[in-house]
Write a protein that binds this ligand. Structure first.
Ligand code: 5GP
Length: 186
């Protein structure tokens, strides 16, 4: 079903590194034909086994030029690298899923007050650490991401994010889908 009768919904998915946001986002857009994933730009180098499509990987110069030209609806510097959401294509009539950090979520909310904010959290820090090790982050990156996660958790609470704990992938997907469906009908 195309969502032509109403404004597209913006859904922001945030959460600490290693929580599985990428997998959740993919599952959501695969099962929900009215939802498309926004592809962010980043200056961060691609991780070894990271999908080429995960980001548009660009140089710092390219990122800054695009920012100068008002090419992002929001952007942030996260642990020394830039990340930004490109201005969506005018023709988009579907709902858009943004997998971005809480600082980005705040900027989107300021521009579009109807934004749906969802914070995905890990069951516990040891599980988060295990996932970060597994994907190849080094010891310093792991500590930084855990600390950043703590800050984000607090900010998310004060911004009124919905919170979903990713204990089990299919249950987390189901909960997020429920939140999105409720927002579509409210
Ligand atoms: P990672 O390096 O783990 O892929 O991403 C680091 C953080 O940047 C994550 O919290 C991720 O959600 C966030 N992020 C990814 N894309 C964007 C974006 O376009 N804008 C903002 N503000 N954050 C982003």
């Amino acid at each position: 079903m195309a969502t032509t009768e109403r404004e597209p919904l913006l859904v922001v998915l945030s959460g600490p590194g290693g929580v599985g946001k990428g997998t959740l986002a993919k599952e959501l857009v695969d099962q929900d034909e009215d939802l498309v994933l926004s592809r962010s730009w980043t200056t961060r180098p691609r991780r070894n086994d990271e999908n080429l499509e995960a980001y548009k990987f660009v140089s710092l110069e390219e990122f800054l030029r695009h920012r100068e030209n008002n090419g992002f609806i929001e952007w942030n510097e996260f642990l020394g690298e830039f990340y930004g959401t490109p201005v969506p294509d005018d023709l988009i009539s579907q709902d858009i899923l943004l997998e971005i950090d809480v600082a980005g979520g705040r900027q989107i909310l300021e521009k579009y007050s109807e934004t749906v904010l969802i914070f995905v959290d890990t069951p516990d820090v040891s599980e988060q650490r295990r996932r970060l090790v597994e994907r190849g982050d080094n010891a310093m990156q792991i500590e930084q991401r855990i600390e950043e996660g703590d800050r984000e958790r607090k900010d998310a609470e004060s911004l009124g994010y919905f919170k979903v704990v990713n204990n089990n992938l299919s249950q987390a997907v189901e909960k997020i889908q429920e939140i999105i469906d409720n927002e579509r009908t409210s």
